[in-house]
Design a protein around this ligand. Structure first.
Ligand SMILES: N[C@@H](CCC(=O)N[C@@H](CS)C(=O)NCC(=O)O)C(=O)O
Length: 212
């Protein structure tokens, strides 16, 4: 179908972020659950995402991969959900800033930290995030400046950055600073987040049951 939305995901993945975004958008969508070891690496899915990773989104014949890009795409494709400042609005500046900060410096710094990789101080100027300390204090200031990241209005940037903060707090990979906890409490109280979580938790339980 020309306008069909299909989310390719696994309930234990970054696909949860895309699911939350879809629930905020409020349009009907289908879900294709992929298995890490088999279908995610099969020819059919590799034609959608040659990285063999989830999530991916299909909207009619358009494919978008990368969680931040999926959030940004959906916000623009469905402006009636008011999840992004309109193109041309000056608030696009902080909107892009925090989406890209999440997908670039924060994602790289937190993954490297989780894997025990420390950037030698003399190489910090070469790596996009400098050091994890700077990334975290920048993020802490951003989430302390108001209820939301962009013009004090909830946007897709909160879904993307908030999810990373939520995962970090849940898995203990992010320092539980009060500002992060307050921000996450506010976001995780949203009905769309709760719906998405319930759907993914249910899907995960079914997978576990099927695996025996
Ligand atoms: N940069 C991608 C990362 C996607 C990613 O790494 N997904 C993981 C699950 S959270 C995955 O599909 N891993 C499967 C694999 O690499 O085999 C994004 O932001 O969407």
């Amino acid at each position: 179908m020309a306008d069909e939305l299909v989310l390719y995901t696994n309930p234990l993945s970054r696909g949860r972020v895309a699911r939350w975004m879809l629930e905020e958008v409020g349009q009907p969508y289908k879900v294709e659950v992929l298995d890490y070891a088999s279908t995610m690496k099969g020819t059919a899915y590799l034609a959608i995402n040659p990285m063999g990773k989830v999530p991916a989104l299909r909207h009619g014949d358009a494919i978008v991969t990368e969680t931040a890009a999926i959030c940004a795409y959906l916000a623009d494709a469905f402006p009636q959900a008011h999840l992004a400042p309109p193109p041309g609005d000056r608030l696009r500046a902080p909107y892009y800033r925090w989406l890209f900060f999440g997908a670039g410096p924060y994602e790289a710094a937190s993954s490297n930290k989780a894997m025990g990789f420390v950037v030698p101080p003399e190489r910090e100027r070469m790596i996009g995030y400098g050091n994890i300390g700077k990334v975290l204090s920048t993020l802490e200031a951003a989430v302390s400046s108001g209820d939301y990241l962009v013009g004090n209005r909830f946007t897709a940037a909160d879904i993307y950055i908030g999810s990373q903060i939520g995962f970090g707090l849940m898995f203990g990979t992010l320092e539980a600073r009060p500002a992060f906890e307050r921000y996450w409490q506010r976001l995780s109280a949203r009905p769309a987040f709760k719906r998405a979580k319930e759907l993914d938790d249910e899907e995960a339980a079914q997978l576990q049951k099927a695996a025996g």
